[in-house]
Design a protein around this ligand. Structure first.
Ligand code: HEC
Length: 120
């Protein structure tokens, strides 16, 4: 009995805090331009200036590149939430709502869509 109550509670809190299933890439784009473009560039290909400053690999900051695009939206969302430990990619868990993270991931995945012919 106790177990049922606990799992009901868990479902309840999941339903209220987790990202709604729908993602909105257009909304994600706005968030991207506001929060991410400084480092990733307005075109999401990565800022060469920032890469130089951070001594980071520009290819890893290019979100249109294969490395990012071969991930699914969930993996991209996890990186947005947790950042990339040991790099300059910050964690946005405290700064963005779950819906915003979902929208951002959808936007980033949409950037790879035109070239999706190869593979899938
Ligand atoms: C302070 C600079 C900075 C900001 C702001 C920033 N990033 Fe990053 N991001 C980086 C760097 C640097 C990397 C590459 C890390 C590495 O070396 O693996 C990265 C990597 C990533 C990756 C993984 C790419 C891959 O293929 O491994 C994703 C996805 C990403 N960022 C998304 C975002 C999103 C979305 C935002 C805005 C909410 C954002 N970043 C804001 C610096 C930043």
């Amino acid at each position: 009995m106790k177990l049922i109550v606990i799992s009901l509670l868990a479902v309840g809190s999941w339903a209220s805090s987790a990202a709604p299933a729908k993602s909105d890439a257009a909304a994600g784009r706005k968030i991207f331009l506001a929060k991410c473009s400084t480092c990733h560039g307005r075109d999401a290909k990565g800022s060469a200036v920032m890469a130089h400053l951070f001594r980071a690999d520009l290819a890893k900051m290019n979100l249109k590149g294969e490395m990012t695009q071969k991930m699914n939206a969930e993996d991209v969302a996890k990186i947005i939430e947790n950042g990339q430990p040991g790099t300059k990619m910050p964690a946005f868990k405290e700064k963005l709502k779950a819906q915003q993270v979902t929208d951002l991931a959808a936007y980033i995945k949409s950037l790879g869509a035109p070239k999706a012919s190869k593979g899938r």
